[in-house]
Design a protein around this ligand. Structure first.
Ligand SMILES: Nc1ncnc2c1ncn2[C@@H]1O[C@H](COP(=O)(O)OP(=O)(O)OP(=O)(O)O)[C@@H](O)[C@H]1O
Length: 294
């Protein structure tokens, strides 16, 4: 098994009466690309902040690169893009990168970094004059300046247009392909779907699910069988029926059996499509079901 780069053991974080994280135990291993998914206020940012040493747990322990997340030496091995960043408006883009790079023994080259994040043309531009999307890209790029082993990206592509988002995904994939470890949170399910190999679903401060992307998608076990066909009879194993124009969607746990039934019933149909549940459907099912007692 790969080395554990970050770990929480029974970590709880309270803010006054609010329990933002409730006894969370999680290992992040070298080479993983982990997506943290959960509704607003679930505790995702709190978890990232504990890992990155920006907050301490109320109880339980947090380890980063084999030591304390408060240890500056460990922190030099990671990169972080918080959900909100305030960059100094008077600094030029290149100066800002140089300033952050000065904190790391093995910083990447400024040119290579800005190129990778599509900011090459903006090196002399003052940060105050950047668009919102450009500022966000710079904030994400800064997580990679120190040549980290592990990056934490909290909602990295919020506010970016589709093209910029995809470019950023490529940069994250490149980093991962080169052996880098990534933990990211996102509200865009398609982003988690496009990037993450492992999905940790968090709800009300607890880990509800921690599994591979495929397993999370398959968790619900429901398939959607779509076809065009007039007057479908009642068929066994159909959990739900939806109509959309001339198309009918049949939800079932056993698509193979349903198709056999359709054929045996001699129903004329066309345009048969079978689709696994989307991450969105799985996510809604996981986060709205009764919490399991620990
Ligand atoms: N500094 C703070 N003071 C008080 N309460 C806080 C603080 N930070 C977070 N909380 C509360 O802790 C809970 C978890 O918040 P957190 O920001 O970790 O959730 P999140 O999953 O990142 O949400 P979002 O998707 O909206 O960013 C929320 O109820 C939030 O209001």
């Amino acid at each position: 098994m790969a080395e554990i780069l970050a770990r929480t053991v029974e970590a709880t974080r309270r803010y006054g009466a609010v329990t933002a994280l409730d006894r969370v135990s999680l290992d992040i291993r070298a080479g993983e690309l982990v997506g943290l998914l959960g509704p607003n206020g679930a505790g995702k940012s709190t978890l990232v902040n504990l890992f990155a040493g920006l907050r301490r747990p109320t109880s339980g322990t947090v380890e980063l690169l084999g030591g304390s997340p408060q240890d500056p030496v460990r922190r030099r091995g990671i990169g972080v893009t918080p959900q909100e960043t305030g960059l100094p408006p008077a600094l030029r883009v290149g100066e800002c990168v140089d300033f952050v790079a000065a904190h790391f023994p093995e910083a990447v080259s400024r040119e290579a970094l800005l190129e990778r994040f599509g900011l090459g043309d903006l090196v002399r531009r003052q940060i105050g004059g950047l668009s919102g999307g450009q500022k966000r890209r710079l904030a994400v790029a800064l997580a990679f300046v120190g040549n980290p082993r592990l990056v934490f990206l909290d909602e990295p592509t919020t506010g970016l247009d589709v093209e910029a988002r995809h470019a950023l995904w490529d940069a994250i994939r490149d980093f991962h392909a080169g052996g880098g470890t990534v933990v990211l949170t996102s509200h865009y399910l398609e982003e988690i779907e496009a990037l993450a190999e492992r999905v940790v679903v968090i709800g009300e401060g607890r880990v509800l699910t921690d599994d591979t992307m495929d397993a999370v998608r398959g968790l619900v076990g429901v398939r959607r069988v779509t076809l065009t066909g007039p007057g479908l009879p009642d068929l066994p194993g159909v959990l739900g029926v939806e109509h959309e124009g001339s198309r009918t969607h049949l939800l079932t746990a056993d698509a193979d059996a349903l198709v056999r039934e359709l054929v045996l019933a001699g129903v004329p149909f066309s345009g048969l499509e079978i689709r696994p549940t989307s991450l969105e459907e799985a996510f809604l099912t996981i986060t709205t079901r009764e919490p399991q007692t620990a």
